[in-house]
Write a protein that binds this ligand. Sequence first.
Ligand code: NAD
Length: 480
Amino acid sequence: MSVAIYRCPELLVAGRWRAGRGEGRHVVVDPATAEPLGELRLASRADLQEALDCAGPAFEAWKAVPAHERCARLERGVARLRARADDIAALLTAEQGKPLAEARAECLMAADLIKWYAEEARRVHGRVLPARSADARMDVLKVPAGPVAAFSPWNFPLVLSARKIGGALAAGCSIILKAAEETPASVAAMVACLAEELPEGVLQLVYGVPAEVSTALIESPVIRKLSFTGSVPVGRHLAQMAAAQLKRITLELGGHAPVIVCEDADIESTVALMVPHKFRNAGQACLAPTRFFVARSRYADFLEAFQAAADDLRIGPGDAPGTQMGPLAQARRLHAVQDLVARSAACGARVLTRAGRVPEAGYFAAPTLLADVPLDAPAMVEEPFGPVACALPFDSLDEAIALANRSDYGLAGYLFTDSARTIQAVSQRLEVGSLAINGIGVSVPEAPFGGLKASGWGSESGIEGMEAFLETRFTHYSVP
Ligand code: NAD
C-alpha cells in the first residue's frame, strides 16, 4: 500500500472519531520498507477522561439492551467486517507486514470470533436453586461486569482485539480498547464496522503513551474489568496495578510452545503442518511451535525435512504476490531475533538457515532452525517471537515431557503420534493451556484459549472467555 493511500486513524471517544489531543505522536512504519506511513496523534489525559466519563452511562444503556438485540447488532457489524475484509487486510499488511492472505484470514477470524460471542450472548443464563422453604426462591444470576479496559498488541491486532471486544460487548459491558500504536488503522477499521451498530460510547478506541493510558484506565473507579495481551513484564506490571485496585484482570502473555514428535510420527506430514504454522506472521505468534523435541531415531530426518521446507518459503513484502513470509513487524523485533540467534549459537546451538536470501530493505529475517540447542541456551528459555525454531532429540516419552515442561511458559503445545497411550500421557502431563494432537488447532472461537504458568491468567474465547466479562450474583427472596 502506498504512503499516499494509508491514513493513520483517529480515536473513537464518546461516539465521535477525532484526533488525539495529546502532545505525543507515533510514527507508523511499513516494516517491508522501513518507510514511515503516517503519524498517529495520541490521546491526552483529557481524552482518556472523556472516554471514561462516557463508558459508565454507555454501560448502563448497553446492558439494558436485550441479549437477542445485542446479538443482532453485533452480527450486523460482523457482516460489515466481512464485506470490508479486503480493504482491512490491505491496511493490516501495510502497517504490520504479514502477507495479504494471512491478513485477510485474520480479518475473517476476527469476524468469526465476534460472531461466536454474539451468538453466545443469547445463552448467558444463571440457574434456579431449590429453595429451603416453599415460599422462597433462590436465583443465581449472571450480570455484565461493567466497563472494561482492554489492551491488545500488534502481532494479531484484529484477532486479539476481537477476543476482547466480542466478549465484552456480547456480555453487555462497554469497552475502552487501547490497541497497539504500531498497527492502528486496521483495528480502527474493524471498530468502525461494529460501532455503527452500537449506542454512543459502548465501544471506544484510544491510542496513547501505553503506560499513561493503562494507568489512567486502571486507576479510574469507572473501570471494573481488565484484559491484556502482550509481554510478561507488562502483564505483571498491569496485574500489580489491578491488584492494588482489586480489579479482575485476564492476561495472555505469550508462550514457548513445545512440539513432541514421536517415533511413530509421519515426518513428512508433521513438517508440512509445522513449517507454515511456525513461520506464519514471521513467527510472531504466542502459539507458534518453537521447541521441537524429536525421537532420536527420527531426529536427522526431521532436521533435514524441516530445514528444506523452511528454506523453500518465499520471503518478501506482504503485498507481493506469492509471498509466504513477510518482514518482522518492527526494527526492535529484528534486532531481538538476531541477538537471540547469536547468543544461542555462542552457547553451542547449530544454526541451520540459508543465508543471504532476505530483502535488504525493511525488517526481514530468514527462517532459522537451531539444532542441538543446549537447554540453557537463550532460545530454549526466551520466547523468540520471530522465525526461529529449536530442536533436540529425546530417548523416552518421560524425557520429552520433562523437557517440554521446563519452560516458564505454558500456552500451546503440539504432539505428533499415532499411539493412544502416548496421547493420554501427554494430554494429562503437558503443562499447557491448549494442546493440538496431529494438527495445529489450538485456538478456535468456541474453545477457551489461555495459558498456565507465566503465560497468563484466565481464558479468552469459549464460554470461559464470556464468563470473564460476567459477575455472579445470588438472589434469595421470599414470596410474602
Ligand atoms: P512490550 O513489552 O514493549 O509491549 C507489549 C505490548 O504491551 C505492546 O502492544 C505495547 O503497546 C503494550 N504495552 C507496553 N507497555 C504497556 C503499558 N504500560 N500499559 C499497557 N500496555 C502496554 O513488548 P514488544 O516489544 O511489543 O514485544 C516484545 C515481546 O512481547 C515479544 O517478544 C513477546 O514475547 C511479547 N508479546 C506477546 C504477545 C502475545 O500475543 N501474547 C503480543 C505481543 C508481544
